[in-house]
Design a protein around this ligand. Sequence first.
Ligand SMILES: [Mg+2]
Length: 310
Amino acid sequence: MDVERLKRFQGCLVGVAVGDALGMPVEGKLRGHIRGQYGVLREMVDGYRPAGNITDDTMQTLCLAESIAEVGEFNPDDAAKRLLEWYRTDPFGIGNHTMQVMVRVNKGMDWRNAVKEVERVNAPWTAGNGSLMRCSPIALRYCRDISKLLESSRESSLLTHANPLCQDSCAFFNAVLSRVLLGWDKKDALSFAMELLAHSSHEILDRVQDMLHKSEEEVSTSGFVLDTLECALWAWWHHDDFEEALVTVVNLGGDTDTNAAVTGALLGAQYGLESIPQSWREKVRWRDDCTVSDKCIALATRLYELAEED
Ligand SMILES: [Mg+2]
């Protein structure tokens, strides 16, 4: 067993949870508002939910991770079933687009038809970050199988977000993440993804080029999928410390929990489980009785084993 690699897998999923919980209290707030209220927000505080609570970002990531861990592969029908089970728990923080899909599936519509209908109803405003935020377990499972990585990343987006920009963003992000999990340096990981997805939408490639040179003030932070992709890649590229990267992202405002969850996946994979502050790891909660970090670590370990068998 490659212990250093295992710690990258574990850091990835725990990174999602701590990013989500750190960003939860200030989701939707502007930078100036956060500065006025907290100075610099560096700890998990009470917000829409008690301090340390996770939201839909982590819960949907866990749905996908649990599905892969039990089935052994990414199976969209099984993952869709788990998302529906999660929806039936009356979850906190569910995005509007995903909600519209789930309402239909809950009434008995096939998930593929539900996604098509919501895509049609909401077009062209259908490129939210709701599938990007949960896609990291695909990279954990398929870091050694690039064609499955690309295919399953796109399929995992299709569970709710059929927009090609969402599908391509998941594929691009996971292409980078998969190399990071294998221990590649940042420059090589990014070049790999750029080449692999050279024929995807030019908006993605332009954003990636732009983020290399953007300052903190220029980074996009909305719930648009390209903004979240840019924000996470920017934070990863320009920081060499897990905590500082996440603190920076959350204090930029906007869709803070999702931006920090996606950033956390990448930084956690880059620097490993131990780079995540112990106090954050202990504080992330799912309801009152369950430590999310333990759940993330167990699932990441299982996905590591499955990936190593390839
Ligand atoms: Mg959320």
